[in-house]
Design a protein around this ligand. Structure first.
Ligand code: FAD
Length: 382
């Protein structure tokens, strides 16, 4: 028998399983419905031999040294700084928008005026929210904010979420987070630690999970083996009372059989194309807010540093999410957050269940946030 059961072999579940097995020396069963470990970070070599990220490009970045040091136990790292461009009105501009972006978008005299106004009013290095620019007294800065809102943010948000019920709330949410960086720093992430596991994410997960105390069950939906008794709040494993702890990283609404209704998500369809040339585009990722139906294109070799005569790109198209898919993006709207709160109250009644990860918390977490959360949950367990 097992001391702990972990549902999900993504980062949230793998960190918990690894810590429990190696630090507490307890027996752990990891149940994963997919045919592989790694959750959404899973990577593999495609038919042409190019290393690709199956569920969209994953760049590891963090300010959290504890997380960086923790992961260093399981992989060497290629140091990598991600660059993203946006295709705006026929020009490629750095994203997030910065002073170089202005140079690509506007005539040189106008760019000079905007640059000196931004530096004088906010200081070099500042990140200025578009909403603050819109509220300023300077007509030229208001026009700048308006231009960026319309050409960079609003249409992308519309593409990303589609015509969902609370579309306006989502646009306001995106605009409230939109900023311009008064800087020439073209990097997409400002974090101190950034990189890609040298031998891929899947190899890193193997190094975490291939432990004598961990048993891995792939291709298995946990609901085939585990049931919850809503009256006694007990967990049953294969029909027997389970007295250990259940660490759950799947969807929180699914854990309670969608009893209050389903939480909504948006998903992405990934289309891979391989070309018989070394390089396809001029940056790792290019966003298309206003043109075509796709959201963005990422060329994998920029991330992995792989040398190969061919190259593979991944196109991303936003789409609705059905109940049977592993979902990607939770909707940050008030109605969904209230539904989440109802499920969280229910979960609190089960003292033997620990929730961690993006699906159990219904949050868009980056990898480092998920790892930090699971390390904290483990510390609380100890
Ligand atoms: P997951 O990786 O989703 O793992 C959960 C696991 O639980 C899955 O394997 C699932 O199959 C399994 N599971 C669910 N239900 C069941 C069930 N009923 N029975 C058994 N198993 C089940 N983060 C970054 O830091 N950098 C990036 O560049 C980045 N890019 C991203 C790009 C995209 C398109 C997306 C969607 C996310 C991106 N992220 C990125 C976020 C990153 O994917 C997550 O932070 C991370 O994968 C979360 O790990 P997790 O373990 O919580 O979830």
């Amino acid at each position: 028998m097992f001391d702990y059961i972990v549902v999900g072999a993504g980062f949230a579940g793998a960190v918990m399983a690894e810590r429990i097995a190696t630090q507490l020396k307890k027996r752990v069963l990891v149940i994963e419905q997919r045919g592989h470990i790694g959750g959404n970070c899973f990577d593999y070599y495609n038919e042409q031999g190019i290393l690709v990220h199956k569920y969209g490009p994953h760049i590891f970045h963090t300010k959290n040294k504890q997380v960086w040091d923790y992961l260093a136990q399981f992989s060497e790292w290629n140091l990598y700084q991600h660059h993203v461009m946006g295709y705006i009105a026929g020009n490629l501009i750095p994203i997030p928008c910065n002073l170089n972006s202005l140079k690509q978008l506007f005539p040189s005299e106008m760019t000079k005026q905007l640059t000196s106004k931004l530096i004088n009013q906010y200081g070099y290095g500042a990140k200025v929210m578009l909403n603050d620019l819109l509220a300023s007294n300077d007509q030229q800065l208001i026009q700048l904010a308006d231009y960026l809102a319309n050409h960079v943010f609003i249409n992308y948000t519309k593409k990303q979420w589609g015509e969902v019920k609370n579309y306006r709330e989502l646009v306001d949410y995106a605009l409230a987070k939109a900023f311009i960086h008064i800087s020439l720093d073209d990097r997409h992430y400002p974090d101190e630690y950034q990189g890609i596991p040298r031998y891929g994410y899947t190899k890193l997960f193997e190094n975490m999970l291939l432990q004598p105390n961990i048993k891995l069950l792939l291709n298995t939906d946990y609901r085939e083996l585990i049931t919850l008794n809503q009256h006694s709040k007990q967990i049953k494993f294969m029909g027997q009372a389970f007295t250990g702890k259940l660490i759950y990283t799947g969807k929180i609404d699914e854990l309670f059989d969608f009893s209050y209704g389903e939480l909504s998500y948006r998903n992405v369809e990934f289309k891979q194309h391989t070309f018989t040339k070394e390089i396809y585009q001029s940056a790792a990722t290019i966003l298309y807010p206003n043109d075509y139906d796709l959201l963005r294109i990422t060329e994998m070799k920029y991330l992995t540093g792989q040398q190969h005569p061919y190259t593979t790109i991944i196109e991303e198209y936003s789409k609705q999410c059905s109940r049977h898919e592993v979902p990607y993006y939770p909707l940050p709207t008030q109605d969904q957050l209230s539904l989440l709160a109802s499920y969280q109250e229910l979960a609190a009644e089960y003292s033997e269940i620990i929730l961690t990860g993006r699906l159990a918390n219904y949050q868009f977490y980056n990898m480092d946030e998920v790892i930090a959360l699971s390390l904290t949950k483990f510390a609380q367990l100890v």
